[in-house]
Design a protein around this ligand. Structure first.
Ligand code: DP6
Length: 337
């Protein structure tokens, strides 16, 4: 879940501004790659031999995207053209509805690819080297995925104030965050499970000619500066203000792009308004964020988890598709199974 959003890219999957996110625990992808040596290596566009299933079914559109991605990685992983690959992958949450499914899927895939490289050639000796390569590879699949190879908080994009930050891979930030943000809660309110009408990739493209582009990229930088300080200080109030502004800015950019589009649903707005009201009346630190979709993320400290979860279950879940809420929290990140 991104707090300062990546929205706008250039070159080979490079972001127009740095972004920072929280890696969740319950919303995850499980990916298995099996491989064996090919008897005959082919060249050209059919260089990648792949069978692919998503949640146990063949999905030609996903398979095509993955094949293209793997072909684009041949300069980095030339061994891929010598393997017969089988990829089986599944998510614990609905895909293509703005719950960072591409981030989850592409980071899982990138981690598997780096594990194969390491097993075959022993080239990624240190954990840091492994993680940075996985993050770099994930970025080439989907920008936001580069942050998801780490648990907890991670930062993508060079910023003078964080040593080691980079435009080409993300870095972990867990050790630069106050304990008040440990196990930050993130309840995902599923307003709709439909595939969104405009993909994030198209959204990024629209930023290239957006009237507000340059001021937006500047704004993201100054919000990142404030967010880093809020995370260091344990300041939930400022954190929440930034998260909500970023969410509404993202959707404002969509609504004001050319052509304009809208991903929020009426129930999205009902939840946002109810959250602000609850916070004001109950004086409980609970804030919303949105990714590129209608579903709402509610963010709050673990200390208020019980009362907030009860309120979500009794009041807000009525705005959700079949009452569906994923009660999630910051997690330790990917695991090798
Ligand atoms: C709204 O990473 O899905 O989630 O790089 O084209 O694959 P591509 O886009 P993607 O963009 C999602 C952006 C966002 C905000 C964020 O994660 O920072």
């Amino acid at each position: 879940m991104a707090i300062v959003k990546y929205w706008g890219k250039h070159g080979q999957q490079l972001a127009r501004n740095p972004s920072l996110s929280l890696t969740l625990s319950e919303a995850f992808t499980e990916t298995k790659i099996s491989y064996k040596a090919l008897e005959k290596v082919v060249s050209g566009s059919d260089a990648i031999q792949l069978s692919f299933t998503f949640e146990g079914k063949e999905e030609p559109a996903f398979a095509e995207r993955i094949k293209k991605y793997l072909s684009s990685l041949l300069p980095v992983f030339p061994f891929l053209k010598q393997l017969d690959l089988t990829i089986d992958t599944k998510n614990s949450f609905p895909h293509s509805s703005g719950i960072a499914s591409s981030a989850s899927a592409m980071s899982a895939l990138a981690l598997c690819l780096c594990s194969i490289e390491d097993r075959l050639f022993g080239t990624l000796s240190s954990d840091q080297e492994f993680d940075q390569k996985a993050s770099y590879i994930a970025r080439l699949g989907s920008g936001s995925a580069c942050r998801s190879v780490y648990g907890h908080w991670s930062l993508w994009g060079e910023t003078g104030e964080v040593k080691g930050s980079s435009d080409v891979y993300a870095i972990p930030m867990a050790d630069q965050v106050h304990p008040a943000f440990e196990r930050a809660q993130d309840a995902i309110l599923i307003v709709s499970e439909h595939k969104k009408s405009v993909s994030s990739t198209q959204g990024h493209q629209l930023m290239e000619t957006h009237d507000y582009a340059s001021v937006r990229f500047q704004q993201a930088r100054s919000r990142l500066h404030r967010l880093l300080s809020a995370l260091r200080m344990g300041d939930w109030e400022d954190f929440g203000r930034i998260a909500e502004n970023e969410a509404l800015t993202l959707h404002g950019l969509m609504m004001s792009s050319n052509p304009s589009y809208m991903l929020m649903h009426p129930n999205t707005l009902r939840i946002l308004n109810a959250t602000r009201k609850y916070r004001e009346v109950k004086k409980v630190p609970v804030y919303f964020s949105l990714d590129a979709g209608p579903n709402v993320h509610l963010l709050y400290p673990e200390s208020v988890k019980e009362e907030v979860n009860e309120w979500i279950g009794s009041e807000l879940s009525t705005y959700c598709k079949d009452g569906k809420v994923i009660y999630d929290h910051g997690g330790d990140g990917p695991e090798e199974l």
